[in-house]
Design a protein around this ligand. Structure first.
Ligand SMILES: NC(=O)c1ccc[n+]([C@@H]2O[C@H](COP(=O)([O-])OP(=O)(O)OC[C@H]3O[C@@H](n4cnc5c(N)ncnc54)[C@H](OP(=O)(O)O)[C@@H]3O)[C@@H](O)[C@H]2O)c1
Length: 258
């Protein structure tokens, strides 16, 4: 059975917005979350035009209580079949050098890792009771080996990956699929703020097609592009000093977000 009720966080931009559009259609209910009301409503409207029923929720995924209560309310109205925890932020070290600072580091872990858990955890007891459902978490190739100029982002995405892998093993006996997505660069407002090399970068449409294929097949992992992931894994397996030098030479900075 194709999913009928689909939750997407980060639906107001980039990947989340693209996934919402891709799954929008007759008979589908989309629960779309983001913080920016205008952008979220524009995506919601587009999805309605494609035939989907849409409920848009303006939430900060870091606010566990308010967001969790809304999730349970929506799940009671229509049981959620498929969850895309796609909301994320990126930052890095200042262009002039030096560390990221605690505020930026915490902000990334709060949104990318805790925000993902705030999305998934409230729904798990319901999915387990139903013996059905699928959870998709969005990690990054940055989570395979810490990037020198974006350590907290790397840490948050390594956490997402480890959580997703563990969760999949835990939930398989209940009939719940967990897909861990490990993407490299794809073209979104997040990558617009990245100033530096973007090896093997693909279009948003290409990334969405690859993710959708993997999710529809309930695959355990979607890792794309593979060569970038292999490069990161190889750097992690090398002696630390060599891996560190490679990471230091991979120079970039990330312009501040909204
Ligand atoms: N782009 C890449 O190359 C790339 C590569 C690997 C992994 N990823 C991951 O893919 C996911 C999507 O990234 P993207 O490139 O599509 O970025 P994007 O265009 O900047 O979109 C990020 C989305 O996350 C939402 N968001 C951010 N902080 C939030 C918060 N505290 N509460 C609720 N929503 C929040 C934003 O909503 P508002 O703007 O409405 O707040 C927006 O909808 C992220 O998890 C990112 O880390 C991206």
């Amino acid at each position: 059975m194709p999913p009928r009720t689909i939750l997407v966080t980060g639906a107001s931009s980039g990947l989340g917005a693209g996934l919402a559009r891709a799954y929008a259609g007759n008979g589908v209910c989309l629960l779309l979350c983001g913080r920016d009301a205008a952008r979220l409503e524009a995506v919601a409207q587009e999805c309605r035009t494609r035939g989907a029923e849409v409920v848009a929720g303006r939430f900060d995924v870091g606010e566990a209580d308010a967001f969790g209560a809304w999730l349970l309310e929506q799940d009671t109205a229509k049981p959620i079949d498929l969850v895309f925890a796609a909301a994320g932020v990126s930052a890095g070290t200042p262009q002039a050098g030096g560390p990221e600072g605690l505020a930026l580091a915490t902000m990334q872990v709060r949104t990318n890792l805790l925000g993902m858990m705030n999305t998934v955890e409230p729904l798990l007891p319901r999915m387990i009771a139903r013996g059905a459902g699928q959870v998709v978490v969005i990690s990054s190739t940055a989570g395979l080996r810490g990037l020198a100029y974006s350590p907290a982002y790397s840490a948050s995405k390594a956490g997402v990956r480890a959580y997703g892998e563990g969760l999949r093993a835990l939930l398989a006996p209940y009939g719940i699929a967990v897909t861990v997505v490990v993407p490299g660069f794809f073209d979104t407002p997040m990558t617009d703020r990245w100033k530096g090399p973007t090896p093997f970068m693909v279009s948003l449409d290409r990334m969405i097609a690859v993710i959708r294929r993997g999710v529809d097949a309930r695959r355990a992992r979607v890792v794309f592009p593979r060569l970038l992931a292999l490069g990161q894994q190889a750097a992690d397996l090398m002696p630390a000093a060599i891996g560190d030098r490679i990471m230091r030479n991979f120079r970039f900075h990330i312009e501040p977000g909204k």
